[in-house]
Unconditional design. Sequence first.
Lengths: 286, 276
Amino acid sequence: MQRAVTRTLLAPSVISLLLWMIVPLAMTIYFSTIRYNLLYPGEHNFTGLLNYEFFVTDPGFWPAVNNTLILLGSVLAITVVLGVALSALIDQPFFGRGAVRVLLISPFFVMPTVSALIWKNMMMNPVYGVFAWLSQMVGMEPMDWLADAPLLSIIIMVSWQWLPFAILVFVTALQSQDTEQKEAARMDGATSWHIFRYLTIPHLARPVAVVIMIETIFLLVVFAEIYVSTGGGPGYDSTNLAYLIYSQALLQFDVGIASAGGLFAVVLANIVAFFLIRAIGKNLTV
Amino acid sequence: MNLKQKLKVRTWIVGASAWGIALLLFFPILWMFLTSFKTELQAISTPPTLVFEPTLENFSLVQERSDYLKHAINSIVTSFGATILALLIAIPGAYAMAFYPGKRTKDLLLWMLSTKMLPAVGVLVPIYILFRDYGLLDTRIGLIIIFTMMNLPIVVWMLFSYFKDIPREILEACRMDGASPMGEVVKIVMPLAWGGIASTGLLSIVLCWNEAFWSLNLTAADAGTLTSMIASYSSPEGLFWAKLSAASTLACAPIVAFGWLCQKQLVQGLTFGAVK
């Protein structure tokens, strides 16, 4: 009786999530093996792995893989290093700590399209932007960020958005650090640097791993920032996998190739997700 | 210098550098806010105008240029609709797992999380085609369904951890008095977990409001949210910075405030309890 009640209560969430996961995924797998272009309805011949071949040999494929990995690596490095440094900084007592915390985490809550446009127009515009003005002040030629360094520009925007997340997680983790241990180390004559190096950094190992895994899942599929600011260009210079798949599907209407690409993204994310799920599972007590 | 003075200097240096960095990182948002009160000419002047007479003109023009209200209503309807729907689906499930855990509960929870890790772009094509065939493209209902499913794992997870903190004794006492399971949920669990349910809802609203991938790909003129309205300013003819800033300020202000309120839940929700 009890079991039946429990099952009934669980049913809505389990069934809806099951449908949400299986139906689209099964369709993606099916589409990836047929010839399917929205512009030529009716032709749905089985083509085997041809779509995968087309996707992998697309001129945009290797640039997109490269850009995805560079974007991922750079943003991870920037957010983790700066995140640890800044959270250690604001973990100490000083005037207005609450306000500083609020300022630091705000970028995370600004919608991606807005932050991309602020950066594109008001910061990075080669004529009217704040960066252009600053470089003129120091006597340098203003640079056209989005045209000359498109990927770097995207990296800056995305890091700005994700740094607050890293800070939030690390600050939360630092608050659970054993203060008595720190006091004892200080009594024994340890310097601040030693305490940071030998107590704080090891304490942060796990949160750092979690931040890396969660950010990876989101950063593999950065989309809005590219869509709004560079449109993947110039050429393929700032196209990542997510944007390439989008352009195959909704700009060139090739459902088959886009599905093959989509599965590629799913496999990539699952490799990371596997480790993340294990890390979460270890901590979970039911 | 004695120790006390040294400590004071140290605090001062820490404070100054923390404030400096915080203001630097906050600058783009501050700049957007200031620009929204400038005229278009002041907005693009170099060197940037720092002292100016604030005007509210942009805020009224945003409505004319891009029908701000319609998009705002779409954003409100979809984020609140999806959040309420997700809570309705998740509360019974989280309750069952927290109070009647079985051998499989842990696996079930982890499986639910794993659905969150499926990249949206991997299922873009089938969702787009399903939506086209069922007439859901560019509708609020369609977006509500997507947002609900997108946040359901996080919502279940957070509710589960709040429910687990409710002392069992209270429930047992209630059961002795002959309350039905549904009565338990409504009379005991809901009031006790009210704070947790509210902050879970808040986090879900923030995530829906800022969602960009699905709203850019699945909506157009009718169900476009604020995210997609702002994206329309990226075209060259949309180069009206003061109006863009006004629109952005209006679109972000409520959600940034919400975000400040639910910082703690954000960490718990997005790291799935892996960081405490």
